[in-house]
Design a protein around this ligand. Sequence first.
Ligand code: PEP
Ligand code: MN
Length: 278
Amino acid sequence: MDATNSMQTDEMKSKNPTRTVKVGNVIIGGPEFTVIAGPCSIESKDHFYETSMAVKKSGANLVRAGIWKLRTSADAFQGLGQNAFDLIKEVKKQTGMLLVSEITDPRQISDVFDFVDMFQIGARNMHNYSLLKEVGLVKKPILLKRGFAAFIDEWIKATEYIRMGGNEDIVLCERGIRTFETATRNTFDLNAVVYAKAKTNLPVLVDPSHAIGLREFVPQLTYASAAAGADGVIVEVHPDPDKAMSDGRQSLNYATFDDMMRKLEKILDVIGRPLQKL
Ligand code: PEP
Ligand code: MN
């Protein structure tokens, strides 16, 4: 980052050091730690309902679940797409949980506006400036994932495209980057978390599931991120991870998610930042 850029971000921070983003009654970036959990993709009505209820019971504040999946292989499951719309509305009524879900195309903004409560911009679309500009024009909180080959500075600057249209409700999310390492799916960049927290006024979440890609290590990355000052976590949970239609290898089952939540609470206790309770 050159001197001009670092001036911009420092300036941004000094203007409003405590910006929070609200999703319904959930406050991201405030004194409490936020947990978003749920399946990588919605597989059926029962699957979405049961997973939502399980993560709610363990204390998650918001549900995550994919409608459209950008998969490496065009033959792989692409998500239920518009076939999921009706079931989402029904399940949300039953669970009372608000939904974070990725949109991959500007045309989807109006399609899902009424039942997706926070739009996720995925790693593959962080550089899709026309999509960023479009979500900047609507009143909906945005979760901006870091591109897997994006500099921290590019990620921070991408928020300007959203802000341009008037939407200031932006949350950053570190989800791992591509390095020479292949043992793990991506390389979790905790540097980016502490850096973005220090240099911007935006809440910063972590996605340990996509960052490491191996479910047995997801809790450790969660604890480390909480201790390092992340504002929350977004994790993938599935009733039977080995049978998941996408990202099963990195998904926690209900019991391991619950166990993680209990240990996370203890760590948050030590750093004096309670888990958000609704
Ligand atoms: C996801 O959250 O399921 C996802 C595809 O994330 P990312 O864009 O970070 O790969
Ligand atoms: Mn996923």
